[in-house]
Design a protein around this ligand. Structure first.
Ligand SMILES: C[S@@+](CC[C@H](N)C(=O)[O-])C[C@H]1O[C@@H](n2cnc3c(N)ncnc32)[C@H](O)[C@@H]1O
Length: 237
């Protein structure tokens, strides 16, 4: 049977509970694009999963709502009970979120899972106040394209092999250890950035954070490539 986010939620939550260097690196790469303090601000965490980013944003003083279409993920998030409200919702619709009701949207490794990026960006734009901002991270499209693999040179240097960068759409990893066995929507870098511009977002930052020493120690093959792309975009008029 094909895996879904619901069916892998227990394993995903356990992995993060054990302190996944990759997911904590992603969280910090996203937080780097938010102010240190968010007191009085309303933040929507889109595709919150078990809540790693929602909790961190709440710790900066924001009032946070996390949404995710996976009831099992939301159950894990609620079980942590740390002052964040959660709802089961689809990021392409955001039916539980009112128009112009949040100052910021965070989306950590989730917009690469929505089947319709245009619908999701229209929904994000609808719920943001004018000039509100979206901070997103996605697996780096250039290095995490469908079925990208690792190989090793004769001298032991790890290299990423990418062959299907231009094949946009849904794909599923065959690796039983990869969360992307639940599926992933691959889009090129240009598709992602031009979609933001088309929906009236102003790009404020585009980053390819280099792995930290901790991540490089935990995942040596990743030491020389940015695993994620981070973007901060402001809602224009
Ligand atoms: C890799 S996890 C990231 C979770 C969390 N943001 C984190 O950093 O750990 C991807 C999440 O995207 C969610 N997702 C899948 N389809 C979605 C959709 N249509 N709208 C919003 N989230 C979605 C999944 O349920 C899953 O929780």
């Amino acid at each position: 049977m094909a895996e879904s986010w619901d069916s892998i939620a227990d394993g995903y939550a356990a992995r993060l509970r054990d302190g996944s260097a990759l997911h904590e690196f992603n969280r910090d790469a996203l937080l780097a694009h938010l102010p240190e303090r968010l007191d009085g601000q309303r933040v929507l965490d889109l595709g919150c999963g078990e809540g790693i980013i929602a909790r961190a944003v709440a710790a900066r003083g924001a009032s946070v709502v996390g949404i995710d279409p996976s009831p099992a993920m939301i159950a894990h998030a609620r079980a942590q009970g740390t002052g964040v409200d959660y709802a089961v919702d689809d990021g392409c619709v955001l039916s539980t979120v009112s128009d112009c009701s949040v100052d910021r949207v965070t989306a950590g490794l989730s917009l690469n899972n929505v089947p319709d990026l245009d619908a999701a960006l229209a929904a994000v734009r609808r719920v943001l106040v004018p000039h509100g901002s979206l901070v997103l991270t996605i697996p780096h499209p250039c290095f995490e394209a469908p079925h990208a693999a690792w190989t090793t040179d004769g001298d032991g240097t790890a290299r990423r092999v990418v062959g299907q960068y231009l094949d946009e759409g849904f794909w599923r990893s065959a690796d039983p250890g990869s969360v992307r066995r639940a599926g992933n929507q691959h889009r090129t870098l240009a598709t992602v950035l031009t979609a933001l511009l088309r929906h009236g977002f102003v790009l404020e930052a585009v980053a390819e954070p280099p792995p930290t020493a901790r991540l490089a120690a935990a995942r040596p093959e990743r030491a020389a490539l940015p695993p994620f792309l981070a973007v901060r975009a402001r809602r224009g008029e």
